[in-house]
Ligand binder design. Structure first.
Ligand code: ADP
Ligand code: TRP
Length: 330
């Protein structure tokens, strides 16, 4: 089984990225061949400073390794090191209906807000489809916000196969050159809220970063938005952002205990936030230590990425050979 996913280096990684995506990457690396990449070509749609992109590219690799990705088991690489991806992206764009991309949230949301989109943003899902299809991926672990992109990927793969493969059966996926991938989305952590209650996202300035200094993490947690229920009064856990985040960390029995404290009253939001900070440090303490250690070893990280790219390219070259034959470029 081939498992593939990517994260954009468009900002520092946060707990939404961890619970929505990276935790699955680490777990799944024992269940098949994990291919995980840093989507730096996608990040070009938002990051326009060379030095910052270089820095974030390195930082995301460091984060993956610190969080438990084992380069002996999984393949870690940079998207831009695989030129086959951009080649396939163009080929796929010639069979992708405009309507499919016009309906994509990433494009629709921006234009609806009156922001003029460039072609990179419009074509974003096609590049993502190429990322997935160029490795014949079976499973793609992502957060719920990426669900539509995976549906578009399947639609594009079907379109390609229908156009170029005589014996393709869209019902079973048999007989095509491109393999139809399956999403892997964990419903209980599908959307992690940010400190303002909206979806936590690098682009909303509402994140709790995984590797920020402890003082900064504390500041962010203490500023999570809550209602104005006073300390003595009972509180509703099910509408509370702090509780939603506690849910990610606490065991069921611990969570039940916290729930009782909410309902009973007498404990303030400040105390729940302190509890959250404790959970955060206990969960990520090891990873944060490893991050410090690996930060001093730039060569190691670059070496992992270089070796990863060689492995990923081996697969991509083979799939592209089949694609070129199917369409008549070979
Ligand atoms: P961001 O929105 O912060 O820029 P990305 O779009 O780069 O994050 O997402 C990287 C991965 O993390 C994707 O698989 C995405 O689904 C997941 N992810 C991002 N934010 C969240 C969130 N708030 N809750 C759950 N998963 C998330
Ligand atoms: N679009 C994804 C995100 O913003 C990142 C990504 C790019 C990706 N290519 C991918 C995820 C391929 C999974 C598979 O999170």
């Amino acid at each position: 089984m081939r498992i593939l996913s990517g994260v954009q280096p468009s900002g520092k990684l946060h707990i939404g990225n961890y619970f929505g995506a990276i935790r699955q990457f680490v777990e799944l690396q024992h269940k098949g061949h994990g291919l995980y990449f840093i989507a730096d070509l996608h990040a070009l749609t938002t990051i326009r400073e060379a030095e910052r992109l270089r820095e974030l590219n390195h930082d995301v690799a460091l984060n993956f390794l610190s969080l438990g990705l084992d380069p002996e088991k999984a393949t870690l690489f940079r998207q831009s090191d695989i030129p086959e991806v951009t080649e396939l992206s163009w080929i796929l764009s010639t069979v992708t209906p405009m309507g499919l991309l016009e309906r994509a949230h990433s494009f629709k949301d921006k234009t609806a807000r009156g922001i003029s989109a460039d072609h990179g943003l419009f074509a974003y899902p096609v590049l993502m489809a190429a990322d997935i299809l160029v490795y014949h991926s079976d499973v793609v672990p992502v957060g719920k916000d990426q669900k539509q992109h995976l549906e578009i990927t399947r639609d594009i793969a079907v379109k390609f196969n229908q156009t170029y493969c005589k014996h393709f059966d869209p019902a079973t996926g048999e007989g095509g050159v491109l393999k139809l991938p399956n999403p892997h989305i964990l419903e209980d952590t599908a959307v992690v809220p940010g400190i303002d209650g909206q979806k936590m996202s690098k682009s909303y300035n509402n994140t709790i970063e995984l590797f920020a200094p402890e003082k900064e993490v504390k500041k962010r947690i203490m500023s999570i938005k809550t209602d104005s229920t006073s300390l003595e009064d009972p509180k509703n856990p099910d509408t509370c952002n702090v509780f939603a985040l506690l849910k990610l960390f606490a065991r069921p029995d611990e969570l039940e205990e916290i729930r009782q404290l909410y309902v009973k009253g007498g404990v303030g939001y400040g105390d729940f936030k302190k509890k959250l900070l404790e959970f955060f440090l206990a969960t990520f303490g090891e990873a944060r230590k490893r991050y410090e250690e690996l930060s001093a070893n730039e060569d190691y990280v670059q070496d992992v990425l270089r070796k990863g790219a060689l492995k990923a390219r081996e697969i991509a070259t083979e799939v592209m050979d089949q694609v070129r034959r199917a369409i008549g470029l070979k």
